[in-house]
Design a binder for this molecule. Structure first.
Ligand SMILES: [Zn+2]
Length: 407
């Protein structure tokens, strides 16, 4: 039934299932709940948990609330257990975090950059290498989110910054990083721990300096043949005629996001600059916000007509646009819907993950690669070694991200 034929293979398979279940539930379910969820015998679960604790993969702690009798145990991350290093590279700054099994995230650094491939990826690669040395064998992979299309192998274009076919793994100098598009990663996180959980067909839109969008089917963002899906922002959905830095004309993303807000009030925009000013426009200019929201609504209608999603989720500035100008958004969205869609329009919801989606999606991609029989076998071979440090919790006082504090 599972392709595991020997008892060793079965044990390896069950170890992966248990760790996956602990990770996916955010380390909140008790051992007995997990035992039931996974349809394991109680004795089998005990042996599995003991083995995983011995290998410093899991650690059990008493549940916060329990009735009489022995306290219920909740399996969670081991204090010396595996860590995913996750990076969100935005157009103006990068944020680096260490993530434990279960999804708890500690911000390790946040640094503005000059927007050039070397200026972004050189210092970032140095920071990743320093944390890898400090944390040793605990680091099981590095996931990097970038604000542009990513081809298989890590070649990245970021039109706003003038990046063409930038070889991200080479410039980072990091061993086998998992490089992905920020919108696709935000959508993956939304499917795992946000509002796309359990949704069969969803549409996720991430708004930062411009807008990205991707269809999520059965929990998986559709990546396209070469990996460069998640580019709904570069479709002519709003009738504009401006030339987009991507090379196309009339792209939807020209009308939604920080650049569009800045342009609306006559401020300089582009090149990943002006975040603070854009946030001021978002907070203070109803007209600019309404224009953004109308463009967002019109594009959503077109994509809903095409894809019939159950729910449309918004992250980044999309949450604020929807919150501040929901009426303008819907007034422009509803007339664009086909009659058959209008009867049962999809829900539109702001992300529950705030600005952390891309970072969390980068983490998920690292743990997806680790939580396999091969990944756990590598952990066992490398274990234990000298790297016994734990990440320090640093206070991030100046953040371009809302909610950059540890989860
Ligand atoms: Zn474009």
């Amino acid at each position: 039934m599972i392709g595991a034929t020997t008892s060793g293979e079965l044990r390896a398979h069950n170890r992966v299932r248990l760790l996956r279940a602990v990770h996916d539930c955010g380390a909140t379910r008790t051992r007995s709940q997990l035992t039931r969820d996974l349809n394991l015998a109680r004795g089998t679960a005990s042996v599995l948990v003991a083995g995983l604790a011995e290998h410093e993969l899991l650690h059990e702690a008493p549940a916060r609330e329990h009735g009489r009798g022995r306290p219920t145990q909740v399996p969670g991350p081991h204090p010396r257990g595996p860590l995913a290093l996750a990076v969100d590279v935005r157009e103006d700054a990068w944020e680096l975090a260490a993530c434990e099994l279960g999804g708890r995230t500690t911000v390790l650094g946040l640094q503005p950059h000059d927007g050039t491939p070397e200026g972004v990826l050189g210092p970032l690669g140095d920071a990743v290498a320093a944390h890898r040395r400090r944390l040793g064998h605990r680091v099981v992979g590095v996931g990097v989110a970038l604000a542009g299309p990513v081809r298989h192998g890590g070649l990245v274009d970021i039109a706003h910054l003038g990046w063409r076919s930038v070889d991200v793994p080479r410039l980072l100098g990091t061993e086998a990083p998992i490089v992905g598009n920020d919108t696709a990663f935000a959508a993956l996180a939304e499917a795992r721990r946000g509002r796309l959980q359990g949704v069969r067909v969803g549409l996720h839109l991430h708004v930062d300096f411009d807008l990205g969008g991707v269809l999520v089917v059965e929990g998986r963002p559709l990546g396209g043949a070469s990996g460069t899906g998640a580019e709904f922002g570069h479709m002519p959905l709003t009738g504009g005629d401006r030339t987009c830095p991507c090379g196309a004309t009339g792209c939807w993303s020209m009308d939604v996001g920080a650049n569009a807000l800045l342009r609306h009030v006559g401020l300089a925009y582009g090149g990943g600059r002006g975040r603070v000013q854009a946030e001021e426009v978002l907070a203070g200019s109803e007209e600019a916000v309404a224009a953004n929201a109308r463009a967002l609504g019109r594009g959503i209608a077109a994509l809903v007509n095409a894809h019939d999603p159950e729910v449309v989720t918004l992250s980044g500035h999309g949450v604020e646009l929807y919150g501040r100008a929901r009426e303008a958004l819907m007034e422009s969205c509803v007339p664009g819907l086909m009659a058959i869609r209008r009867e049962h329009p999809p829900r539109i919801e702001g992300s529950a993950l705030g600005w952390r989606g891309a970072l969390l999606g980068a983490m998920e991609s690292v743990f997806d690669a680790f939580l396999t029989p091969e990944g756990l076998e590598r952990w066992r071979e490398n274990h234990p070694d000298q790297g016994r440090d734990t990440p320090e919790r640093r206070n991030v006082t100046h953040s371009t991200l809302n909610g950059a504090k540890p989860l």
